[in-house]
Design a protein around this ligand. Structure first.
Ligand code: HEM
Length: 499
């Protein structure tokens, strides 16, 4: 009898084990194909020396539209097709964010805030931010006067420096960050404020070190366990995290001291109101957790909004210099629609089809966030007949969508006309055009980004002709090594007044 039970237990355990391994094997066989790597590190050592923007199109040819690889501690799937990106990012199961050490450390150990949160925290914080930022002009015309103020400050600087080489990077960054700071806090920084300069500098520097398929994301062990290369980076990362979060924290504390229920002055006040009125311990707005989310939502807005908009403006200048005939056409449209005696306004936008099409082409051509922000599967998922297990990092290759030859015909040409219909009066919508990503997690600041770009770009084009610095070499259209975003290599412009 005892022996019978033992045999029975043995057989059922063996069968259960067999079923488990058979299921795993079938799942493994249904994983998207891709390059093999080496034990422990997977394909990471090979990607460190490769530019993903050139490697991914090669892999697409070899393995198909969806391929996978192991990078260090993570399984990664790359989607290289605009239809499949749309299909995946419509589904809740693809809406997670990976638990990268850098982001988790920045977020004090959990998925908080907007950019790197998921689940209930993300739903609550995103909904609240979208609704309340709008009340303070975010993505609305009332934001316009603030954008125009910043643009004019920039124009004054350009006027004073006509004929001299001007480095754009910090200039654009400062204007964009100040407009975001204003909506959130009701104040703006002086351009020489050391805290402001530090913030701009550390956003750029930290961003530049986070290579898209590099060690910092995929093999974080190296961050803290080696003195070679990256140790300095990690200490700097922590120092700048503490200083930036300290600055924003002070701002929140100041707001709390002067907070008045009957006078909600800005976005921070709106968050304080929500935080004070939340009694549900499960809510991401509740007490200490709510306080931390408040801080991280603000950090995310500045991080996601400043460097992206400012780098897109730099690309726009680079293209206007490289394609001067397009610059001329934009300026002709501005002269006809606005003239030179008044400032541009968002009201002008619907009638300025060529300028709008040019800005769309800037987005497409630079594909600023080439693989979107990393997503993560929250459960097992299916895509294009492949099995994608829970906790797989997903890269949506937006650059592939923007350079899809079958779709665009001549994607390597900078040609704003592709966004204008045959009557010349309407902007054409393209399914493969997705600079702000797709689906449920699409960029939260897309409207503000479009408005800011329109105002800064038209103000500049109205007042100045831009050209390259004649004493510097040829301008490179090649991007810097890709991080989450692809910034142009630093360059100077020379401006001359048009009127
Ligand atoms: C040219 C400018 C911009 C570009 C190209 C851009 C692009 C993107 C992309 C591709 C994503 C990733 C979406 C995804 O995960 O699938 C994103 C997310 C995000 N963006 Fe933007 N963005 C820009 C400007 C802004 C601005 C001005 C703000 C606001 C201050 C902003 C706030 C955010 C936020 C909060 C997220 C995270 C959304 C979420 O996780 O739910 N972005 N953006």
């Amino acid at each position: 009898m005892g022996l019978g039970i033992t045999v029975y237990l043995f057989i059922t355990t063996a069968l259960a084990g067999l079923c488990y391994f058979a299921k795993k094997w079938l799942e493994f066989r249904k994983l998207p194909p891709g390059p093999w790597g080496i034990p422990i590190l997977g394909y990471l050592p090979f990607m460190i020396f490769r530019n993903p923007l050139t490697a991914f199109p090669e892999f697409k040819k070899r393995y198909g539209k969806v391929f996978s690889m192991t990078l260090g501690d993570f399984r990664v799937v790359v989607i290289n097709d605009y239809k499949l990106i749309n299909e995946a990012y419509r589904q809740d199961v693809f809406m997670g964010r990976p638990a990268f050490v850098a982001q988790m450390t920045r977020n004090h150990g959990q998925k908080r805030g907007l950019l790197f949160s998921e689940g209930q925290v993300w739903v609550e914080q995103r909904r609240f931010a979208l609704r309340n930022l709008r009340n303070f002009g975010f993505g609305k015309h009332s934001m316009e006067s603030q954008l125009l103020y910043e643009a004019q400050e920039l124009m004054t600087f350009f006027k004073e420096n006509q004929g001299k080489p001007i480095g754009l990077r910090n200039k654009f960054n400062a204007s964009v960050l100040n407009s975001l700071w204003y909506i959130s806090t009701g104040t703006r920084f002086g351009v020489d404020d050391p805290n402001f300069l530090f913030m701009i500098d550390s956003f750029i520097n930290n961003m530049q070190k986070l290579e898209l398929t590099g060690l910092v994301y995929f093999f974080p062990w190296i961050l803290k366990n080696t003195d070679i290369f990256i140790k300095g980076f990690w200490e700097n990362f922590l120092r700048s995290r503490d200083r930036i979060q300290g600055l924003i924290r002070n701002c929140i504390e100041e707001h709390k001291k002067t907070y008045d229920d009957s006078d909600v002055r800005d976005f921070i006040d709106a968050m304080i109101a929500k935080w004070k009125s939340t009694n549900d311990p499960k809510s991401s707005f509740y007490k200490d957790e709510g306080d931390l989310n408040m801080l991280l939502v603000l950090v995310d807005l500045f991080l996601a909004g400043a460097e992206t908009t400012s780098s897109t403006l730099q690309w726009a200048m680079l293209y206007m210099i490289t394609f001067p005939e397009i610059q001329t056409k934009v300026q002709q449209e501005i002269d006809a629609a606005i003239g030179s005696s008044r400032l541009p306004s968002l009201e002008d936008r619907p009638g300025m089809i060529y300028t709008e099409a040019t800005l769309n082409e800037v987005h497409r051509f630079c594909s600023l966030v080439p693989c979107s922000v990393f997503h993560n599967t929250l459960e097992d998922a299916e895509l294009a007949g492949y099995h994608i297990p829970k906790d797989t990092v997903i890269l949506a290759n937006l650059r592939d969508a923007h350079y899809d030859k079958e779709y665009w015909g001549d994607p390597e040409n900078f040609r704003p006309e592709r966004f204008i219909d045959e009557t010349g009066t309407k902007i054409v919508r393209h399914d493969a055009f997705m600079p702000f990503s797709a689906g449920k997690r699409t960029c939260l600041g897309d409207q503000l980004a479009k408005d800011s770009l329109f105002i800064f770009f038209t103000c500049l084009m109205q007042k100045f002709r831009v050209a390259r610095d004649p004493n510097a070499g040829e301008l490179s259209m090649e991007p810097n090594a890709p991080t989450l975003i692809v910034a142009p290599k630093p360059f100077d412009i020379v401006v001359t007044s048009r009127n």
